[in-house]
Ligand binder design. Structure first.
Ligand SMILES: [Zn+2]
Length: 236
């Protein structure tokens, strides 16, 4: 069985650059910036860190907008070490639906908690760290459209992981789509709460593979928003 991070190691990861979301003038607070589209405020330890987050926000918004799911409200993102443990794991990022805020671990903290394999390159770790910003921002955008629904956590995570993978370099995405040693993701029982907790990498890979099947894609996201599909209940 091929685990995500192992499968991706063979891929040459390009240096991470933020090119499409140059920052506007800094906001009033120290270390605060506003992304160029003025829809995302970022508090980060450096301009470079903020630029990467803005770039990931652009990618997340563009992906969901391509599915007709537009971001309507501004988001704020804060890079902070102050992220609590969840289910025994230190989180790399989160989205607080009550405040509409995203929090992300700084890169060095992420390196410590993410248990990177010795063979992982720093460039690979940086790409994966950046993709977490897209994941959490995707939560924020999708929540705008789904707050009135009683969707299970697994439905939200499905969407966030699909967006996260969409922001990865094309070679990484291609390597995922070409893996043929994994079973087809044919039904939603493969998105159980248990799997999400026990093996989030596999859950993420399942989401990517399921979304890219011809019968799914953007239409599946809309069926989720129309409550026409049902993820397994948390007890499963
Ligand atoms: Zn998530």
């Amino acid at each position: 069985m091929c685990r995500l991070f192992v499968c991706l190691l063979a891929i040459v990861v390009p240096a991470l650059t933020a090119t499409s979301a140059l920052l506007a003038t800094p906001a009033a607070a120290d270390e605060g910036w506003q992304c160029a589209d003025r829809r995302v405020d970022v508090t980060a330890p450096s301009r470079a860190s903020a630029a990467i987050i803005c770039d990931q926000a652009d990618k997340a918004r563009a992906f969901l907008a391509g599915c007709g799911i537009e971001a309507r409200h501004p988001l704020s993102v804060r890079v902070t070490r102050d992220l609590s443990k969840s289910a025994g794991w230190r989180k790399s990022g989160d989205f607080d639906a009550s405040t509409g805020r995203v929090r992300l671990l700084p890169f060095l903290s992420y390196l410590r908690v993410s248990k990177q394999k010795p063979s992982n390159t720093l460039a690979f770790a940086r790409v994966m760290h950046a993709s977490i910003a897209a994941h959490e921002i995707a939560h924020g955008i999708f929540h705008e459209r789904s707050a009135h629904l009683d969707l299970p956590e697994t439905a939200h995570e499905y969407v966030a992981y699909v967006v996260q993978f969409a922001t990865l370099p094309p070679d990484l995405q291609k390597s995922l789509s070409e893996q043929d040693d994994l079973p087809a993701v044919t039904n939603l029982f493969m998105f159980s709460f248990f799997l999400l907790r026990a093996d989030p990498e596999r859950f993420a890979l399942n989401a990517y593979r399921h979304f890219h099947q011809p019968e799914n894609g953007c239409g599946f996201l809309h069926r989720v928003l129309e409550s026409r599909v049902h993820f397994p209940p948390p007890s499963d």
